[in-house]
Design a protein around this ligand. Structure first.
Ligand code: C5P
Length: 239
């Protein structure tokens, strides 16, 4: 298995209103951050073009497109996304047809496919409203197993579900975890949150962090703080 440093395990979510704001943040984070997530907010103001800029800066890119459509559409969309040379792409992990189509569309390109299990802002009550009798933990595990069996490389899941996913899949199945907050920090609109230390100790491979860094008065210092927490938690695991 290849070695991944604590620094490379931090993914900063570029949920910014404009390209200029995203560019300025990336500039100020400089060498501290090597991996960025481009999501829906940035997409509509030139996010795909910015993904190419990031690649030219030798940054890794996670395209968080959360695809969900009929197989034919997903297959072709994933194939085009793989041609962009990005590192991670998300597809909703709700049904195996969509996931099989994504795996076919990706083909033998190196882009990793990650299934969105259950959004980290959703609670048992929210799932009930959607018509599911499962708790988030049960549904996440169910979808993670489907993603694994379908040939996905990993999942997006909260730290609270990481341990069960790891036990039900494989050591190299990627667990990418949003909803990360420092102890004592606010939750924003997230529901199933966890500290970086606990998420890493529970088995998360990558942490996706947005507002705690993008809205910090000193983003670079805050990114360094998260990297330190990741490093310490990983040291604790090998003791
Ligand atoms: O600002 P914050 O740290 O809460 O950002 C979390 C990021 O992770 C957002 O970009 C959000 O879209 C993403 N995400 C999530 N829950 C998921 C999948 C992605 O919060 N299940």
């Amino acid at each position: 298995m290849t070695y991944t440093s604590a620094r490379d395990r931090l993914i900063v979510a570029l949920d910014m209103p404009t390209l200029e704001a995203a560019r300025s943040l990336v500039h100020s984070l400089d060498d501290t951050v090597s991996f960025y997530k481009v999501g829906l907010e940035l997409l509509f103001v030139g996010g795909l073009q910015f993904a190419q800029e990031l690649r030219h800066m030798r940054k890794r890119v996670f395209l968080d497109m959360k695809l969900l459509d009929i197989g034919n559409t997903v297959e072709r969309a994933v194939s085009n996304a793989a041609d962009l040379g990005v590192n991670f792409l998300t597809v909703h992990g709700t049904d195996v047809k969509t996931m099989h189509a994504a795996v076919t569309g990706r083909g033998d390109r190196p882009m990793k496919l990650l299934a969105v299990t259950v959004l980290t802002n959703l609670t048992t009550e929210d799932l009930k409203q959607q018509g599911s009798a499962m708790t988030p933990a049960q549904l996440v595990l169910h979808r993670a197993k489907l993603a694994y069996e379908t040939g996905f490389d990993g999942v997006i899941a909260s730290g609270q579900e990481a341990e069960a996913i790891r036990a039900a899949t494989a050591p190299d199945f990627l667990i990418v975890t949003p909803g990360i907050r420092l102890a004592g920090g606010g939750a924003d609109d997230q529901a199933r949150i966890m500290t970086p230390d606990r998420a890493i100790s529970a088995g998360a491979d990558y942490l996706v962090i947005g507002r705690p860094i993008t809205e910090a008065s000193e983003p670079k210092m805050m990114a360094d703080t998260f990297i330190r927490h990741i490093k310490e938690a990983r040291h604790g695991m090998v003791k």
